[in-house]
Ligand binder design. Structure first.
Ligand code: GN1
Ligand code: MG
Length: 351
């Protein structure tokens, strides 16, 4: 039973029986994702869930079910879950082999990066819409799928433990990154978002988790709701901004290419301000902090994984986690340099 592949699981889902071409989608560091194509068009998305990272799939699928009840709006495209032939939300072959399927949104596209201010504006709008809709949901129906996911002190503690047990070679290669991590942890100790309201957050709002209409480039919806949990809005804000205003990939090795594009930032803020009625004044003031926090959090997590020998993220080469860390830390520096600028733009556009 443990040698199931995408082909073997198809008969267990309630879809039309046709000859589908199965195409792996390589983006994503956690789950294995496949597109099911027919005559060149995608019909379904099939995923093998990473049960090491997500230890309670029932809970995770329940969160998604609850979110779908609220993500209903004429300006928000809803993705449908395809149930199994015995009417379950996912296929459980055994505890560590779990699969699920969604409909593909016809004519949609996702972008890893963008130079287009129209895309940045649409991204801001849809993230605002997502939060406005979920604001109506009671917080307590959602459960944490990864406790402490964006908790900085928890991530700092994991990093410290990894530093203690890492090999001398790894510690040497990561020397600069380790220094930067320690310095930034000291700086961030001054921030305390603890009084901000908790909301249901997506917690992974990078640009390529937003679907756009291929033709008119309207944002349709957010995908990948696996990390839907309670959190602060600044998490979703920071994750979106880090992947929009930086016009190169998250693991870019040439650090001189990393940008903080002001036009894209302002367009994103314009879009968000169209659907931002739910935000409190205090949350708005904290937004620039999110743009520094999120790349740093991802960077320190990648660094920790590098030091531990790549046990969490999927990597295609040995030092990929270190490259991701260096690139994310380089963007953290850019964010730090733009704190006053961001505050100015935000004050002008929101107040
Ligand atoms: C992981 O696999 P993917 O791309 O959905 C990670 C996110 C990071 C992202 C990119 C559960 O998400 O936190 O933003 O890589 N998800 C998990 O850095 O760890
Ligand atoms: Mg994700």
């Amino acid at each position: 039973m443990d040698s199931y592949g995408p082909n073997a699981v198809l008969p267990y889902f309630s879809i039309e029986r046709k000859e589908y071409k199965i195409q792996p989608i390589s983006q994503g560091y956690i789950n294995d994702t496949f597109a099911l194509l027919q005559d060149g068009a995608s019909y379904y998305i099939l995923q093998r869930l990473n049960t090491q990272v997500f230890s309670n799939i029932d809970l995770l699928m329940q969160n998604i079910h609850h979110a779908h009840l609220y993500l209903k709006d004429k300006n928000y495209h809803q993705i449908s879950l395809i149930r199994t032939i015995d009417n379950k939300p996912y296929l459980k072959i055994n505890k560590s082999d779990c699969w699920r399927m969604f409909t593909m949104v016809p004519g949609s596209i996702a972008f890893d990066t963008t130079q287009d201010e129209g895309i940045a504006l649409e991204a801001g709008k849809i993230i605002g819409k997502f939060h406005s809709l979920l604001q109506e949901a009671p917080l307590d129906i959602f459960q944490d799928t990864i406790p402490g996911f964006h908790d900085l002190s928890f991530r700092a503690q994991q990093f410290e433990e990894a530093s203690k047990s890492a090999t001398p070679d790894k510690l040497k290669d990561a020397e600069k990154a380790i220094l930067f991590a320690k310095m930034t942890l000291d700086e961030l100790a001054f921030y305390d978002p603890g009084n901000l309201p908790l909301r249901i957050c997506h917690n992974d709002t990078k640009l390529n988790n937003i679907l756009f209409d291929k033709n008119d480039k309207r944002a349709l919806c957010l995908i990948d709701l696996d990390t839907l949990m309670k959190g602060y809005f600044l998490f979703d804000f920071g994750d979106a901004v880090r992947t929009i205003v930086n016009t190169v990939d998250e693991d870019e090795k040439d650090l001189s290419k990393i940008t903080f594009n002001k036009g894209l930032f302002e367009a994103f803020i314009d879009g968000l301000s169209m659907n931002s009625g739910f935000l409190t004044k205090a949350e708005i003031q904290y937004l620039p902090f999110g743009v520094k926090l999120m790349p740093f959090l991802h960077g320190i997590r990648a660094l920790t994984d590098y030091l531990q020998g790549n046990i969490y993220y999927k990597v295609t080469y040995e030092t990929q986690n270190l490259d991701r860390c260096l690139s994310l830390f380089a963007f953290t520096k850019k964010a730090t340099e733009h704190m006053d600028y961001m505050q100015e733009v935000i004050t002008k556009k929101f107040f």
